[in-house]
Design a protein around this ligand. Sequence first.
Ligand code: NAD
Length: 358
Amino acid sequence: MTLFDSPAFEGHEGVHAFFDEKSGLKCIIAVHSTARGPAAGGCRMWPFPSADAALEDALRLSRAMSYKNAMADLDLGGGKAVIIGDSRTQKTPVLFEAFGRAVEEVGGKYWTAEDVGVSPADLMHARKTTRYVAGLTGHDAASGDPSPVTAEGVFRGIALGVRRALNRDLDGVTVAIQGVGHVGAYLADKLHAAGAKLVITDVNEEALREVAERTGARVVAPGAIFDAEAEVFAPCALGGAINADTLPRLRAKVIAGGANNQLADLEIGRAVYEHGMLYLPDYVINGGGIINVAGEIRAIARGEAFDPAWVETKLARLMQTLDEILDLSKTEHRPTHEVANEIAKARISGAAEKRAAA
Ligand code: NAD
């Protein structure tokens, strides 16, 4: 299949591939839409098995960013960058300087930030060579690590889902968390403080041990998390956690987590609905991080300091939107992801029409 025939490519404004011999950088920047404003989305570093796999991920993630940014009511479009490489062994300052040059070449149509495998410290190197980078520390407009805000949104979303599906609060509810990295670890702390019981897994044993020590969580092997006795399943690792193999094993009533692209495909989302499980659309529940990043882009554009109150207002509004999606799903007897996709697409095409008319 060529790029233009790939279903994931559909609707993309541009896809940019970069290779830098000196640093070994191989990266793809996908710009899905700039209808609502410059595309914004994090940069992921991962040892993809092939360039095709990296491209597919970049395309899927960039479209999800368009939907996410529209849902959070941000003046931003959707894009994503992927760097092919192992973040544990292949990160160097020159690699991120080369990545910054790649971002700069896209000419302001794409703003980058952190994602899996990329930290604010890495982005400080990219900042030497591009203006279009947010999620940083150490300057007035800087918003810092977005993960705590992402986790806060996921935490509020889980509380909402539990209230709706189980008619109770989080005290005593068991939540199974897949992945206790940046988002998963903050989420675990918040859930523990709210009285939830935790079952956790990760392929990183050190992260697992630290979170288990802090929260008293029960640790299971990565493959066993799908069989855990839990009311809530919270995917916080990589995409595709909900698929034809895992869905029949899940006992949870609520699926709500921080990971992007949790559903392997749209059909599995319908199957989740038909199984009577409440799925909180990933790009809505995990929008806190990009709201935080948007706060930095906004502050840079206005020449002002970062304003956490603006972030909280947007996050609170996003949680209302999530509640409205769950309402519509219930009254119209439709899966939550279908309702969310429809709202996001309408917001993006509305902006595109407005721009075309201007
Ligand atoms: P992270 O890399 O810090 O954490 C991911 C964790 O998942 C790691 O600890 C990793 O070891 C673990 N993991 C990987 N494969 C696994 C597997 N098969 N089983 C169990 N654990 C596995 O990344 P993060 O920043 O916490 O992001 C987690 C997810 O949330 C990603 O999908 C990311 O795209 C999404 N997300 C993150 C943010 C944010 O603010 N960081 C915002 C929105 C969405």
